[in-house]
Design a protein around this ligand. Structure first.
Ligand code: FMN
Length: 330
């Protein structure tokens, strides 16, 4: 009762959601997470490229050199490297829904408008309670300006939201010129919520082999600070839901994200490090903090530290920045 929250219109027992990750791959693992207290689960993403490749395969045009750049297509994983094919993904939604009582949020990962967005409707038919659309994109083309990139993203979101009746949230990267404006624009094209922020898996350099090294490092709590700042800025303006992802490792981190305005927090690294049972202590910690501060519900303190009462958040941020730099003496 005390820990309940509403996210994307879904009533959740508490704010602890399993973030998009391999945790959705095995039904028994998802059940363990539910038993330990998870209130919803976001599935691993199905990628635009996977769906496009399958659709091309269906019409026997897997590779059309005249239309595609052979080198570029070879960057992508082959069919067999994906954990779930599009069809298996739909079956996995059905299996998770059959086994779980908590909501199952399917995840689509793409950023350009295209036929793949129809897949959202198939996810809904398979039983997904909501869809999280991850707009992962590195804008590397020097000819594309920010407006063109964001216009294509908004068009993509509106295609997905138009295709389904279930709520759609959008997982954003922090690299937008104006994340607050863009979050509101997402709402206008039908997004029911925003997830802040995507983590980029940044390649390192191997200076012996002169090669880029791909690596997946789990997050650390320092990464939460960027999320707190933007949750606090966006939260007073957004009518829909906000979710925090990235760097949430303790019950204090959960409290901070909610104080900044999050309806839910999404957890991955902490679960990969400590296993599902860590959810018990995270929930206990949240409950204890609420008791100690005399809060009866999440909604009572959600957003209590956002920038609603700050007349000029930009000036506030700049003043803090200047003060911090000036405080150092050598
Ligand atoms: C192994 C692994 C797989 C992931 N797969 C996805 C994915 O398929 N789609 C997605 O949107 N995010 C994916 N993520 C990102 C997480 O959902 C999450 O946003 C990120 O790890 C930050 O949260 P954390 O600090 O709790 O790890 C993945 C993360 C990890 C570690």
């Amino acid at each position: 009762m005390k820990l309940e929250t509403t996210y994307l219109g879904l009533k959740l027992n508490n704010p602890l959601v399993i973030g998009a990750s391999p945790f959705s791959e095995e039904v028994h693992v998802a059940c363990q997470l539910q038993d330990a207290g998870a209130s919803a689960i976001v599935m691993r993403s199905l990628f635009e490229e996977q769906i496009d490749a399958e659709q091309r395969a269906l019409i026997h045009h897997i590779e059309t050199p005249a239309e595609s750049n052979a080198e570029a297509t070879s960057y992508f994983p082959s069919f067999s490297e994906y954990q779930l094919t599009p069809d298996r993904y739909l079956r996995q939604i059905e299996s998770l829904r059959a086994a779980l009582t908590i909501p199952v949020i399917a995840s689509l990962n793409g950023c350009r408008p295209g036929g793949w967005t129809d897949y959202a409707a198939r996810m809904e038919s398979a039983g997904a309670n909501a869809i999280e659309l991850n707009l992962y994109q590195m804008a590397t083309d020097p000819v594309l300006d920010a407006e063109q990139v964001e216009t294509a993203m908004l068009e993509t979101v509106s295609l997905v939201t138009a295709a389904v009746n279930v709520p759609v949230s959008v997982k954003l990267s922090p690299f937008h010129t104006s994340p607050a404006q863009f979050s509101l624009a997402l709402e206008r094209v039908g997004a029911a919520g925003v997830v802040l922020f995507n983590r980029f898996y940044q390649p390192d350099f191997d200076i012996e082999l002169l090669e880029a090294k791909s690596q997946l490092k789990l997050s650390d709590p320092g990464e939460l600070l960027l999320r707190l700042r933007w949750l606090a800025i966006v939260s007073p303006h957004l009518r829909g839901s906000l979710s925090a992802t990235g760097g949430i490792h303790s019950s204090d981190d959960i409290v901070k994200a909610i104080l900044a305005g999050a309806h839910t927090v999404q957890l991955v690294s902490v679960l990969l490090k400590h296993g599902p049972r860590v959810l018990f202590s995270l929930l206990d910690g949240l409950d204890n903090w609420m008791t100690a501060h005399d809060y009866q519900s999440i909604e009572e303190f959600r957003g209590a530290m956002n920038l609603r009462r700050c007349a000029d958040p930009a000036a506030f941020e700049r003043a803090n920045y200047m003060r911090i730099l000036q405080s150092w003496r050598v």
